[in-house]
Write a protein that binds this ligand. Structure first.
Ligand code: ASP
Length: 332
């Protein structure tokens, strides 16, 4: 049986990193040795046993340096790869774990290619003892080559688990099982003998969404205001002064902020700046109470603040109307 043809786009991150030795699993970044896609696939030749891989050089950087500009480029790159190679079965993007969930959620809402897109990282550098890099890379290629992964937006494959981009989040600095989907769990497992799928996301994804970022060179600016006991309005003022088109409130669970923040946010919303209310809880739907609705907040549902920011950025490419933004948050 012929192997699925998978394009592997390398962006950098721990998965592509090399440390000083087998036990350098924390300080390797200071060495600055990061492999590009070609080097990574040469380091892990075993991956060729599960897929006919094509290396696509993109970058070799930490994901702390990845943001909207790279997200837009990755959407175009996926389009180009599929247009240039109709035999492609899927795309894997290797990525640092710091912003992996953000890139994955952005891509899951915006990629229009039909083939699966799977984002993968590692908790230990490729050179680390018991590194998860090689197995994660191979398993991501297997998922990208699985026709059942089509139509699910961008997926995250880490630690033998397949996660929906909307739900997954990094929950631990160093544990191998860091990527979790709170409240819902993973979509399936990548086992030795088979890829076992158990459920599908219900929200609109990829080709079904109204977001078409192709041709865009920038996105609306949305900042996140983190709430804490005694917080004043300084952060809101600073983000507005920096030109924020919208804000996300990372409020106390279940959704409220301090009186000083609330007052400034209500003034900003009356002045036309949309603010999506999310929470710092890490799981659960925010409470869209009468007070929150009347204050003018957008309901960020159960999205964590960094995901709510992405959806608000995309929502603002379509509308600034609060009810329309509420519709968007309910749909995606
Ligand atoms: N610093 C790394 C990054 O690029 C962390 C990782 O990949 O796990 O996000």
């Amino acid at each position: 049986m012929s192997l699925p043809r998978i394009a592997v786009i390398g962006t950098g991150g721990t998965i592509g990193s090399l440390g000083r030795g087998p036990f350098d699993i924390a300080d390797y970044a200071s060495l600055g040795k990061v492999m590009d896609a070609e080097q990574l696939l040469a380091y892990w030749p075993q991956v060729r046993e599960v897929a006919d891989v094509v290396a696509v050089k993109y970058s070799a950087i930490a994901s702390t340096a990845i943001g909207p500009a790279q997200w837009l480029e990755l959407v175009s790159l996926c389009d180009r790869l599929v247009a240039e190679d109709p035999s492609l079965s899927g795309i894997v993007i290797t990525h640092g774990t710091a912003t992996l969930e953000e890139t994955a959620y952005f891509l899951s809402l915006t990629v229009k290619v039909e083939v699966p897109v799977v984002v993968v990282g590692a908790q230990r550098p490729s050179s680390g003892l018991s590194s998860d890099a090689g197995m994660n890379l191979a398993n991501a290629c297997r998922v990208a080559g699985d026709p059942r992964a089509r139509g699910l937006g961008a997926l995250v494959m880490m630690n033998d688990e397949i996660h929906a981009a909307r739900e997954v989040t990094k929950t631990s600095t160093s544990r191998l099982q860091t990527f979790r989907s709170p409240d819902f769990g993973c979509l399936g497992h990548v086992d030795a003998d088979a890829i076992a799928w158990y459920r599908r996301p219900l929200r609109k994804l990829g080709r079904e969404t109204e977001f078409d970022v192709r041709g865009m060179s920038s996105l609306p600016r949305v900042d996140i205001v983190y709430c804490y006991a005694g917080a004043d309005s300084a952060a809101v003022d600073a983000f507005l002064a920096a030109g924020a088109d919208g804000l996300v409130s990372a409020g106390f669970a279940p959704s409220f902020v301090t009186p000083a923040m609330a007052e400034r946010m209500i003034a900003a919303m009356s002045g036309g700046t949309p603010i999506a209310a999310s929470t710092r809880a890490g799981s659960g739907r925010m409470f869209y109470t009468t007070r929150m609705r009347e204050a003018g907040f957008v309901n960020a549902d159960n999205l964590n603040p960094q995901k709510a920011r992405i959806l608000l950025m995309l929502g603002l490419t379509r509308t600034r109307d609060r009810e329309e933004l509420n519709r968007i948050f309910a749909q995606y």
